[in-house]
Design a protein around this ligand. Structure first.
Ligand code: SF4
Length: 200
């Protein structure tokens, strides 16, 4: 058979189109609606968040259905990671949920920590506390440390109004606005050692 280049493309194109039509409308229709499994996130509400682990600050899309987180993936619209997450960021789903190894059902991670854990100085055991207690305790300790270390005027007689006994380190999950408010709060206390994990 003497076939020109153009003829070859016409012939192979027609063969492919015939095959695709047969596949679409034939008895073994792989594209039939009932042959496509329902997506896990169908009917879920999506919201965006930021990975809590490292200073890269990758964006994520969280899917929630019936009050449960059912999926977590990289946010394709986020300018930093553009949809990608490293293995640690991907595993973040398991902070809250795991799949039951026997039934395959989604369940709350039994190892998840949901209460404040406190270990007193010198103690070997952790105690469970509530957030009210923890916040009051943090406030008390900040005030005591600041009162004990505050320098209003330095050795040269210069007004400095600073507290050098406290440092403030922002976490990776903070966004720019939260970091701004936190640094204002720290400066209002006179704290001079201020840094952020994203910079480290
Ligand atoms: S996904 Fe990985 S690289 Fe991105 S912020 Fe989380 S830990 Fe860092």
């Amino acid at each position: 058979m003497n076939l020109s280049r153009r003829g070859f493309f016409k012939l192979t194109g027609a063969t492919f189109a015939a095959g695709a039509l047969a596949e679409l409308f034939g008895p073994s229709n792989a594209f039939a609606a009932d042959a496509v499994p329902e997506m896990r996130i169908t009917g879920a509400t999506e919201s965006t968040s930021i990975c809590c682990y490292c200073g890269v600050g990758c964006g994520m899309v969280l899917s929630v259905k019936d009050g449960e987180l059912i999926n977590l993936e990289g946010d394709p619209d986020h300018p930093i990671n553009r949809g990608a997450l490293c293995s640690k960021g991907n595993a973040q789903f398991n902070i809250r949920n795991v799949y039951d190894p026997e039934t395959g059902d989604l369940m709350l991670n039994p190892a998840r920590i949901t209460k404040v854990k406190y270990r007193a100085p010198g103690a070997s055991e952790w105690e469970e506390k509530d957030w009210e207690w923890a916040i009051d305790e943090i406030a008390k300790r900040i005030k005591a440390t600041r009162d004990a270390s505050y320098t209003a005027v330095d050795a040269n007689g210069i007004t400095v109004n600073r507290c050098e006994a406290i440092a403030n380190l922002g976490g990776a999950a903070l966004d720019g606005e939260e970091g701004y408010v936190l640094s204002k709060f720290a400066r209002a206390l006179g704290v001079v050692w201020i840094d952020h994990q994203a910079r480290i």
